[in-house]
Design a protein around this ligand. Sequence first.
Ligand code: IYR
Length: 230
Amino acid sequence: MFARDHIEYQPADLPDRMDYSAEKSLNEAKTFYDRMKRRHTVRDYSDAPVSRDVIEECIRTAGTAPSGANHQPWHFVAISDPAFKKRVREAAEEEERRFYEGGAGDEWLKALEPIGTNDHKPHLEEAPWLIVVFAQRWGHFDDGTRFKNYYVPESTGIACGFLLAALHHAGLVTLTHTPNPMRFLNKMLGRPESEKPIMIVAVGHAAQDAKVPAVAKMKKPLDEILTVAD
Ligand code: IYR
């Protein structure tokens, strides 16, 4: 990327100012909430294709996320090759079988009952794209020596949030999938040891008869998630 050890602080004028009136600000906030509350995690995909261009634009958005020391400690692998998706599905299902057969523990399995998940993951093949998100635990200078990354879980979590919002905004549906452990993805996708797979995001269009778990739409009311000190 760039020689990180040679960058000095240089102030730049704030670009892209948005000095909205209070009224416009509230309207924009409402409009965005209205859009985001229509995002649903979907497990049933149609075979309608999604162009690589859309995926690239959404990953560009993810790449604008704030990160510790602006190190941008993430890498995305976008997969549309059916043979690759099949291999990811098979490996993920193998891990999930262990999870659902008891590895998760009784309390966790009970918590998942209302979500209706199991070890069967056809969406990993049916969705036109899988985006695998890797967190870079450390980076490398051009000479091969390592540098530390900071706030890696927070930074990559924010980038994943941006990615899901961008995909939704583009009219696509997603499923965040976290097989555990996910190390098989490093080998399969040729990613280095410094990177930890944190999420597979299935992306596509919802099947005509797609269902979601009713419980997933029960969001906590504002007074439960917000305390104001004013
Ligand atoms: N990774 C498993 C289990 C799972 C765990 C949680 I926490 C969920 O919210 C949903 C699923 C799976 O994908 O089935």
